[in-house]
Design a protein. Structure first.
Length: 414
């Protein structure tokens, strides 16, 4: 059967960098977020569906006092009816602060935002948020919230950039503990975090300075302490900031993406890392996995089956918590070497083999209707499993003439 797409946001001013979460107990309830320029300045758009993604309500989350914009939002679900949204809010080019919004009524209302980690002038800027909630069925730390972000320091001078993680054990009311994950001498982009079946926390990041590397640190005590020495998942060959395709102008940053199998099935405990990589001379999506709690990792393999020389990028991953199906989505120009589509790569055998399917129902021009190259289409897209066996992807798309948020899935079996 063909793929199914739904438009989440109306056309008009751009919306990009979408992220989505699904209520595990009532999978028809979904909450998505994105950077939304509806009012002319960036805000956190909040989109809610009560019918599995076909219809959406749209609103903008309020800014904390003293802030003028927001971006880089993420959202996660927490048992039984809670959704947490994180975002980077700012009064200008610096002073960026990471905040969290909490809804306990399935996304209908959200509380006043809580400061996760504040920014300070040209000294500290906390950007590129990500998060995970411990919904693991055998975890003694059930309900813990882990927020990762890019902590930039000496913003005016050296522009240092590190991976930070903040933890909440009270449902997002406070975030009293913050951990420096990476080395302060490395440059990093948006880190990621995932939680295993028994509550083991896996936090990862990719360095962007000389000798780029995908690193991992683990916590076996609910985020209180982490490995003293980071584990190397793989070396990474960064893709060009602008992909070498005539007519492209949008930036492509390389982020870490992690997911764990919490299903209790044959591949329970497997950890998956995916990223875009230029080792073949073009951007492709690679995967490495660990079956021993992150101690050792398999050799990276391409999972797209895309034609040589095509560009596949912005991967996102999730694992079905009931069946263990691995769901990866990514942008690609594989159909005509210019226009973009979203494809999924899915595995039912623990990441050994993948089946790729088109998710978009029509290709789109990343420049929209403009005759000049767009400088930005966002920096990431997302996918969430809809257990058992389904998934919903979300991305930014110009098929209506301007960047708008779409969701979609493919009804073909894996």
């Amino acid at each position: 059967m063909p793929a199914v797409n739904f438009q989440v946001t109306p056309s008009g001013n751009p919306k990009f960098e979408p992220y989505i979460a699904v209520n595990l107990l009532q999978t028809n309830i979904m909450v998505a977020v994105a950077t939304d320029i509806t009012t002319g300045s960036p805000r956190t758009g909040l989109y809610r569906s009560l019918n599995g993604g076909a219809l959406w309500t749209t609103t903008l989350l309020p800014l904390p006092t003293g802030f003028t914009g927001a971006e880089a939002a993420a959202v996660a679900y927490k048992f039984p009816s809670t959704f947490i949204v994180t975002a980077h809010v700012f009064p200008g080019a610096e002073s960026g602060t990471t905040v969290a919004y909490v809804s306990t009524d399935n996304g209908e209302t959200f509380n006043t935002p809580v400061i996760v980690d504040p920014g300070y002038g040209t000294y500290i800027n906390n950007d590129e948020t990500n998060l995970a909630v411990d919904n693991s069925q055998a975890s003694p730390y059930l309900g813990n919230i882990y927020v990762t972000y890019n902590h930039q320091f000496n913003v005016l001078n050296a522009s240092g950039s590190t991976a930070f993680l903040s933890r909440s054990t009270d449902g997002g009311n406070t975030f009293p503990q913050t951990t420096l994950l990476s080395n302060e001498n490395d440059q990093v982009e948006r880190p990621d975090v995932t939680v295993g079946l028994t509550g083991i926390v896996y936090a990862g990041w990719i360095t962007t300075n000389q000798g780029s590397t995908f690193y991992l640190r683990r916590s076996f005590d609910g985020g209180t302490t982490y490995d003293a020495t980071p584990i190397i998942i793989s070396n990474v060959v960064l893709v060009p900031t602008v992909l070498p395709v005539p007519g492209y102008g949008f930036r492509v940053l390389t982020f870490a993406n992690l997911a764990t199998d919490r299903s209790g099935g044959p591949n329970n405990g497997t950890i998956y890392a995916v990223w875009q990589d230029y080792r073949l001379g073009y951007s492709d999506v690679f995967l490495s996995k660990s079956v021993d709690r992150g101690t050792t990792w398999s050799s990276p393999v391409s999972i797209t089956g895309a034609p040589q020389g095509s560009q596949s990028f912005f991967p996102a991953i999730d694992v079905d918590p009931l069946l263990g199906v691995v769901n990866v989505v990514y942008y690609t120009n594989r159909l005509d070497n210019f226009n973009l589509d979203v494809f999924s790569a899915r595995s039912i055998d623990g990441g050994n083999t993948f089946t790729n399917q088109r998710v978009t129902t029509t290709s789109f021009n990343p420049n929209g209707t403009s005759t000049t190259a767009a400088p930005l289409i966002g920096d990431y897209i997302d996918v969430e499993s809809v257990a058992p066996g389904g998934y919903i992807a979300t991305w930014a798309d110009t098929r209506t003439g301007s960047l708008a948020i779409f969701v979609g899935y493919n009804t073909d079996p894996v």
